[in-house]
Design a binder for this molecule. Sequence first.
Ligand SMILES: [Zn+2]
Ligand SMILES: [Zn+2]
Length: 258
Amino acid sequence: MQLIPLGTNGFIPTFGRHTMSFLVLTERQALLLDAGSGVSRLLQPEIKAMIEPYDDLSIVFSHYHLDHTIGMSYLPAAWPKGRIRVFGPARPLVSSDPQSALEKLFGPPLFPMTVDKLPVPVEINPVTDTELELDDLQLTFWRQAHPGGSVGIRIGNEITYMTDTAADPSNLEFASDVKLLIHELWLNDAEAEGQKLAGHASLSPVAEFARAAAPQSLLLVHHHPKRETAEVVAMAAQVEAQCGIPTLPGAEGKRFEL
Ligand SMILES: [Zn+2]
Ligand SMILES: [Zn+2]
């Protein structure tokens, strides 16, 4: 299995970083975890070549905030070939569902076509259960605390993807014993002080969470758009020093073998 981060920022693309999207490639499928502005990287020649062999594209959403979904509207250019299968959380996992979210995103006056009139067929599957078998992948979902709700997504024992959530000890069982933990890191400790975090994570709690979850490595994502690259790298180094787990700032376009 390969993982290629396409977008690692929260909210706004800045400093050469796009908003949230991660490409997962297995023998049988190409899958995106979220579809923020990072989807635009599917047009980069080296990434385009990686997805070329696949007929279908699957997209699994953590939730529907724009920094995780805006790239859906790029797909007529970025994936002009086979079927797109969308798997998005619905009640009781979150308070919305993929059909109504995509109907809001596609259609006049915001987009010239409705979702059912896109050039490639889009199959929309609401996820209401915590388990989903998707070809050669076993996916597990976990309800997280975030405005409107979000889900953690686990792929076998390879990847746990937790974004748009606080570093919440009640998520630990879901996150434990994976090769790669992808966790959001939105604020540093000083920024978090005195601020009531609404469904986002700060540095020391993330380090503590990672230490307890004990993945082989940790990838930090959903960076704050105000941070220049040096600060993102420094925060990853600080987390690594605190948790003792090899920690990477989200490197977009880099290929991770799992
Ligand atoms: Zn977000
Ligand atoms: Zn969000």
